[in-house]
Design a protein around this ligand. Structure first.
Ligand code: ZN
Length: 492
């Protein structure tokens, strides 16, 4: 059983609630994952890191968490609408690839990014295209309950009818009548009965590649359906937590709520959690604004808006330094400050291992652990927990420079706190030199020097020295390749 009282802000009730899982100590957690048609950016990193923190902390305090994070590989149309091209099919058409090649390529790259950010793998990572049968079954249930209708091989959710028995909009606070007043005349020859309705199943046009047979047409599921179908399959009809970015609150999550109620007559989700959005220099992120920076560009520094490279741990720390429900603004200045803070914290973690205990403590480490737990139990308040850890950093540094002393017990206690909170819960770890831009430059410079010396030896026919340099580098996992343009190197 969990050892702490945990409070979670529930988007649905708009207040913090004591977390009481349906079947303790088991917890079902579902988070909307990426639509895999491009490289990951900050909009992917924030929910991944937010719910990684939730996953890690819940496990730390004794819950057994089944964490399901999906991959959207079908049905997500352009502009998140019911019209337009499938985002993955479009990329496949432009690149002349199979849609599943696009999916595999960007899923692999997403996983690489997540590994670098030290985001733990979810327990299950289902793909929408692998759950077409479950989605078709759910459409049947909704049709049978009378909350959907078929038109020309497509099936739409009847929002106005649903709203008479349930409340459509209870998550986002939207009101159907107002939505109708604002959108009615915008739609022309739509086959939907009402502009607020959304697609459960779409009949595929002849040129649409990703299609499956169904009772209604050869087609594909609506985007919102996959999460309802897959969360039910792996976590049950009712489960504990559903998370995602605030951008998914409407229409995606609102539609998920409607689908579950229509299909099973009750809500599926007990606690809704949403991380807030990221801005860049105060602006929304967007391709047209020229501030759309991928994670890979952050890690390499290769983007005109970046003054330097920022390591994955810097990005992770930066995200954790803000509470997940606050907006977060990325700027070079803020990232450099985060980099400095992270360095101090990780340096203290290293220093801590070499500190020697004294007979008694001249400084108190009492209460630090409890305060960190209090912060985390208060809706995962990582910035407050980090602030308490920095109190411990000051203690570590003052013991290190002999201003203060710690007893063996206190020293062990401090090591436990750092292992738990810095390493296990916040998921921060020292990084290899090659992931930090500055060390990267240093390594490049040193390698150029070494290769120049080796070239000198070769031109003097001193092959013993040039071979020794090559072999010793190989032992350090650095491969040297000779070609007619000279020698090059790479990390193995
Ligand atoms: Zn989803």
């Amino acid at each position: 059983m969990a050892s702490k009282k945990l409070y979670i802000h529930n988007t649905l009730s708009r207040k913090k609630e004591l977390f009481e899982p349906l079947n303790p100590p088991f917890v079902g957690l579902y988070v909307c994952g990426p639509t895999v048609y491009g490289d990951g950016h900050l909009g992917h990193a924030r929910p991944a890191i937010t719910f990684d923190l939730v996953f890690r902390y819940m496990q730390h305090i004794g819950y057994k968490v089944r964490y399901v994070r999906n991959i959207t590989d079908v049905g997500h149309l352009e502009n998140d609408a019911d019209q337009g091209e499938d985002k993955i099919a479009k990329k496949a058409r432009l690149e002349q690839l199979e849609p599943m090649e696009v999916v595999q390529y960007f899923t692999d790259r997403y996983h690489e990014d997540m590994d670098l950010l030290n985001v733990r793998k979810p327990s299950i990572e289902p793909r929408a295209s692998g759950h077409i049968i479950e989605q078709i079954e759910m459409v049947k249930d909704i049709l049978k309950a009378g909350y959907a209708y078929e038109v020309n091989g497509s099936v739409y959710f009847d929002v106005e009818k649903y709203n008479k028995s349930y409340q459509y909009g209870k998550l986002s606070g939207r009101v159907v009548e107002e939505m109708l007043a604002n959108t009615r005349d915008l739609e022309g020859q739509d086959e939907k009965r009402s502009s607020v309705d959304f697609a459960l199943w779409k009949k595929a046009s002849p040129e649409h590649i990703m299609r499956w047979p169904s009772p209604w047409s050869d087609g594909f599921p609506g985007w919102h359906l996959e999460c309802s179908a897959m969360s039910t399959k792996y976590l049950g009809e009712v489960f504990d937590i559903h998370g995602g970015g605030m951008d998914l609150l409407f229409p995606h999550h609102e539609c998920e709520i409607a689908q579950s109620n229509a299909a099973q007559g009750k809500d599926a989700v007990r606690y809704w959690m949403h991380n807030n959005m990221i801005t860049i220099n105060g602006q929304k992120m967007g391709k047209s604004l020229g501030n759309f920076i991928t994670l890979r560009e952050f890690f390499s520094g290769e983007h005109k808006a970046l003054e330097k490279a920022y390591s994955p741990m810097t990005i992770r720390f930066f995200i954790l330094q803000a509470h997940y429900r606050s907006t977060l603004d990325f700027s070079n200045e803020a990232l450099m400050a985060a980099e400095k803070g992270l360095k101090r914290l990780l340096q203290a973690l290293e220093t801590l291992q070499s500190l020697k205990a004294s007979d008694k403590s001249t400084v108190s480490v009492e209460g630090i652990e409890e305060k960190c737990h209090q912060a985390m139990c208060d809706d995962f308040n990582s910035p407050i927990a980090i602030a308490h850890l920095f109190d411990a950093v000051r203690i570590i540094n003052s013991v290190n420079d002999k201003t203060d002393t710690l007893s063996a017990n206190d020293l062990t206690h401090l090591k436990t706190i750092f292992q738990s909170f810095v390493v296990d819960i916040l998921g921060l770890k020292p990084e290899a030199a090659s992931t930090s831009g500055k060390s990267d430059e240093t390594l490049k410079g040193v390698m150029q020097l070494v290769l120049d010396l080796r070239q000198q030896a070769r031109s003097q026919k001193d092959f013993a020295t040039s071979d020794k340099i090559r072999d010793d580098l190989a032992a350090l996992n650095i491969a040297v390749k000779d070609s007619k343009d000279g020698a090059s190197w790479e990390l193995k």
